[in-house]
Design a protein. Sequence first.
Length: 308
Amino acid sequence: MLKINDLVKNYGKFTAVDRLTLSVEKGAVCGFVGPNGAGKTTTMRIMAGLLNATSGSVMIDEVEVTKNPRALREKIGYMPDFFGVYDNLKVTEYMDFYAGAYGISYKERGPIIDNLLEIVDLAHKKDSYVDSLSRGMKQRLCLARSLVHDPELLILDEPASGLDPRARVELKEVLKQLQGMGKTIIISSHILPELAELCTEICIINQGKLAAQGSVQEIMQKLSQKRIIHVQPLNEMDRMLQILKEQPFIRSIVENAKDAEFDFTGTNEQLASVLKQLVLAEIPILSYKEKEGNLEEVFMQVTGGENV
């Protein structure tokens, strides 16, 4: 779907994007994160055709962004971090204006607009003026606007910025629905826990370069020699701990009241072998799983503790 190769953007002597290379598969929801000034918004604006790159390429479904802007506009929906709305228009008039801008015929606009307002939960506001909407509703309206031409790729720059917790939950539900519809979504946000829950993969940008890409768990495994495994027996805690202490790839066993955690440095096959030994020893195991990574911890480790 999206391929970025050796992308560079210079502003005079300052390099905002520095030979950035990454790819995002069709149907993925990719979280785009990085410290302030890391190059996230600049990269997104180049993807959307709003900025020219100094060098490198951005391909969307084999379409070169800089060489075919008309084809690009058909394929992407872009929601900027700051956007304007026309306060003297009703919601349906606002949507109709953008549908017309994309060349959608007048007869086709009504059903498309009604469907999009249902998706973003604004059907009950279709006859309201835009300036009467809450900030969260305006965010969802802007998202509906970016979907009016049924793009394959959505580029969302800080869509939850300034929203209260309820509005963020509502926006997250809409994004989950779009994910279920097969849309490819690239989303930047400073609300890292919500990105970890929503996204299929994360791209961490630091100083204009790709610092890490993958699921949170994959990135954690790449960054660390160890993995934290949680195991909970029904009983036989002492015997279980003794077996774990004999394993060559287990370090730092921590015993809790009803369970234990240990650092594991081996392969998946060796991890499965540990569980097999516990079962053969007839120790009843209620839970045996890898502890999930924390996106905030990953971010701090990759970026050296810089603010998002």
